[in-house]
Structures are given as structure tokens and as C-alpha cells.
Design a protein around this ligand. Sequence first.
Ligand code: FMN
Length: 366
Amino acid sequence: MVDSRLFKPMRIGNLEIQHRIVMPGVSRMRATVDHVPTDMMMEYYTQRAAVPGTLIIAEANILSAEHSGYTNAPGIWKPEQITAWKKITDAVHQRGCFMFMQVMAMGRMADPSEAEKEGFTIVGASAIPFMEGATVPQVMTVEDIKRTIGQFHQAAKNAMSAGFDGIELLAGNGMLVEQFLQDVTNHRNDEYGGSVENRSRFAVEALQAMVDAVGPKRVAVRLSPWSQFLGMGMEDPVPQYCDLVSKVDQMDLAYLHVIESRVKGGDDVVSSDKLDFVHQRWNGPVLVAGGYNGDLARKLLDEDYPARDFAVSFGRHFIANPDLVFRIKENLPLNHPYDRNYFYTHETKGYLDYPFTKKYLATVKN
Ligand SMILES: Cc1cc2nc3c(=O)[nH]c(=O)nc-3n(C[C@H](O)[C@H](O)[C@H](O)COP(=O)(O)O)c2cc1C
């Protein structure tokens, strides 16, 4: 494993990551009810910065008060959030690792009780609920869209103030930007809907606003073209994502992060749909996620795409293995299966108590 390209450095924006095992955004709901990161989160991310040179992407952060939606998810619009994240990014940097922050607007997926408590309206590209009986989102006006794009610009600046190395736009996994991208959730007939090009517009403008704020090398985007998570899944995503990826490719971003069809959110599903059409239209660094283990990741980099700048994200394995990078490098078993019962609870159990291997601990002591 040590000889695999998995353990060769790679350039991400202005950073030089030391290996290609990345921790993607994994929401764990351990922030305060006011969306401020906690000391528990600092400990969690510090644990996962076990091997120097690792790129960690902080879990999805709420964009703004009006685009909130989950209680205990962190946010990036208030000074106290920026201050709390700065402590975490400092700790991760101190261990020689790098940290991007993921940002999301939830759109129709916002929790109605959270909307009531915080006094915001649940919005979407169109008035289409994510399932029967769910809240019908209010259709965003062009003014709403422009204001939201301004918030993405500000979020990128705030992420820099919080010490992050970059910011990744969550344009997948059923969140608002994806709700604009896909025809199952976007029935608009203005400049933000009605055609492939128009459905891409919100994502492109949000990314451009972030680039204008902090420069392209600090901006990235995450897509899940095949995912049917949270009621998504267009009949044929290929033309839509070809359009978007081709446009974003021109922006010279830090990386494109794409999710394989074999996962739906954080669950495995059976699918053989491929991401080749994305890879063909993207010239920069790529992170790929979804159902990987060490062997599959090695094969992707060494055999399938030996000439490309690819890295692999491990979601669930990173939850359960703080020393995941070390374990894969040393061919050690991942013998601590993740416990779903604690994915989204607000306690240290199932969060801070996954053990390191003795072999890793010995290297730290020496
Ligand atoms: C508990 C949990 C929380 C997640 N939260 C996020 C998130 O905040 N943002 C995101 O883009 N994906 C999120 N995901 C998806 C993961 O980033 C990843 O794409 C997925 O788990 C597939 O990778 P894996 O097979 O290595 O786990 C989450 C997954 C899990 C299991």
C-alpha cells in the first residue's frame, strides 16, 4: 500500500496534501443549538488530524440564518461561529493538516420545527416538497436568489476569517443548490430554470461569488449526480452535469468532489452508473467518495486513473477510525464498525470514543 499513489502528495489549490485519503463533510450535529461549534468538535477533528498532511473537510455548515434547518448543525454567519471554528482550524493546522469547510443551504430539507423556532421560511427552487406530507417550500424569487448568492460570498470570507484553507459548496445530497440543478425539484421558467443552462445558473453564480470573495484556489464544489437521496434523482443527469462541470472547469477551482452512484447520502445502494462523463469534462484535481475501502481507492488511483490528480474521501470509515490514514497505509484492519445510532446525537459517545490502533499510538509516543 505504501507504494500506491494514495500515498503520494497532491496539489489542492495552494496546498500540498501529503497523501490522497481525505475526510469529506460528515454532519454529526455536535454544535450548540445556536449553531456554534463546540470543544467536543475540536477534539473530534483533532483526533482525525492524526496523520500530518491530511485534508479534512469540515461538515456542512449552515450558510445563514434564513437558510438554516437542522438544530445542532454548525454555521458560518455569526462572529461566535467564526471564533469557535478558528480554535478548531488552529488545532488541525497545528497537527500539520489542512481544513476546508463545507457550506450548505438546505432549502426544502429544512426542519419545520427549526424554521418555526428560528423564524425563517422554508424555501426551494419550486413548490415541490421532498415527500408527501412534507412542507411545501416557498418558491424563491430572483431577489431571494441574489441575496442568497451574496450570502455565499460572505460565507467564503467568513470561512477565511475562521482559518479554513478553503470552502466547498455542497451542490449535492439533496440540498438547495442541487434542488435548483435538477428538474425533479426545479420547475421554474425564469432564468434559473426551464433548461439545462438555466438550472446550472444558481450553482455557477454561487461559486463565482465565492471565487470573487477569496479566489478560485480556495473554492471547491461537491456534486452527487446519481444520488436519489432526499427525493432527488433526475431521469438523465448526464446533460445537466456535463453543462455544469464544463462551466465550473473554466473557474480553476481547488478541486471537484464527486459522489459515486453506489451511495445514497450515507447508505449503500446497488448501482453501476459511472462518473466518467464528469471526469472527462474536468481537468483539475478530483476527490471521489462513496463506498471506498483502501483496496478500491488504490485501484482507482493506480489502475483506473493513473494519470489523473485523484484523491479518495472516506466518510463512514473516518467516523469510526480516527487513525484511518495510518491503518490503510499499514494494511491494518478497520475493526471498529461505525455505529449509526450515534451519527446524529449530541454526545461524546459514538463520537470521541472510537479507539486508535496501538501501533499508531506507539508512533506518536516515540
Ligand atoms: C453521518 C453522515 C453524515 C454526513 N454528512 C454529510 C455532510 O455534511 N455533507 C456531505 O456532503 N455529505 C455528508 N455525508 C456523506 C459523506 O460525505 C459521504 O459522501 C458518504 O458517507 C459516502 O462515503 P463513504 O461510503 O466513505 O461513507 C454524510 C454521511 C454520513 C454517514
